[in-house]
Design a protein. Sequence first.
Length: 518
Amino acid sequence: MKIIELQYQQQTDLHKKLWDMANDLRGQMEAYEFKNYILGLIFYRYLSEKIETRVNKLLEEDKITYMEAWRNIDYQNALKQELIQQIGYVIDPDYLFSNMIEEIAKGEQGKFDIEMLQKAVNAVTESTLGAESQDDFQNLFDDMDLSSSKLGRDVKSRSRLIAKVMVNISEIPFQFDDVEIDVLGDAYEYLIGQFAATAGKKAGEFYTPPQVSKILAKIVTAGKKDLRNVYDPTCGSGSLLLRVAKEANVRKFYGQEKTSTTYNLARMNMLLHDVSYQNFDIQNADSLEEPRHLDMRFEAVVANPPYSAKWSAEDKFLNDERYSAYGKLAPSSKADFAFIQHMIHHLDDNGCMAVVLPHGVLFRSAGEGIIRKYLIQEKNYLDAVIGLPANIFYGTSIPTCILVFKKCREANDNILFIDASNEFEKGKNQNRLRDEDVDKIIATYIKRQTIDKYSYTASLDEIDSNDNNLNIPRYVENFNEEEAVDIQLIQSRLMEIDKEILSVDRELEKYLRELGVK
């Protein structure tokens, strides 16, 4: 089965489960609040199963169960120490997800209730106190309010409702080696897309579709199998960072996310994908206003920032080392270039940066035009412009582009333009990039090919002659000429048609006379 087909099947199966869970919660709370419980419980199940796997391995030679070992204080202390060191947290055997599912299956005779789940969640965080992993586990479950009256008026009704959700979650396949989708990221995207109209958020702000993530990841890892680090200043669910790791070995992940709920999701996603707490540094703050990794440089930088977002654009930023060299700031109404400047600052001299943005960054003038010219003509950092199809992101139908930057370009290097806007599979709600579409983009980028009506390499002089306007149709001619029209042939055919009409009219007139109508 092709990867894109596997992705689609896995997404379909996951979405059905999510729909079932949402139906269980429907009517109890605002639709957009579903995600906090569903995603939190998916993550707790993962943490629980990871503990079980690790403990079973640790106790393999002793031939005893986790429960038996836990009852022995010496075993318990040794296990706690080992688990904290290896994976950063501990879950008591009574609080394992699988154990709670067994208790739920017993019905009225079982010990499960929502208070047991609350104790289990609290115990995970408490187990990390004083350990290196403490910061990475703090407040992870804050968005899952198990005492909320929206789940039910009393413990019994809340327990019954959350038990239904947990049973559905227990049936989601978690074989991550075979999974082509980002389970948490995709679940978040689906829940937002289906139910979050009143939440005022779009999934596209937090989640990048797998095929677009794949393009960015393949570009920043081209020619490399090992990366010292990778950075995303608007990391959302962390899906982009994790995708880079599918293309090369990444030693450490760095990210920043403004929204607290999504920041929690990114940390969950790292842990869920078996990234050790020691190997990621995700911060919760606005990257433009409160950068948390200011002195760091990264070998790979990827991002899908919120499009044309507002930012303060205060004069103080003219003295900020990220922006001072340009002499201009991005306008307060459109932070697109502010994100580009921020990312350029963090890009290592031998690194590569790929960012998804709206087409306006290619041609808007005023301050943005000055910044664009500086990046192209003064610094020679822009490496490629790739136009993507419209309607491939959840939550927005606008066409987007990928800008690729490098600091290690030669003086005579051209800039590659790719127009991939017409190569996709049309979907019911959104369009999809096929495997062959992705492969063509990557192959063209690596070989820097000029392909008729698809790609073109432009010199800096040519771009300068266009006033540094990067609008793709200026460089890639995508107009298909219509076949030449044979006027004489058409005239001849029209004359034949006139004769046929005249003949029919005469025949009709003859019949009318015979009928005495005329």
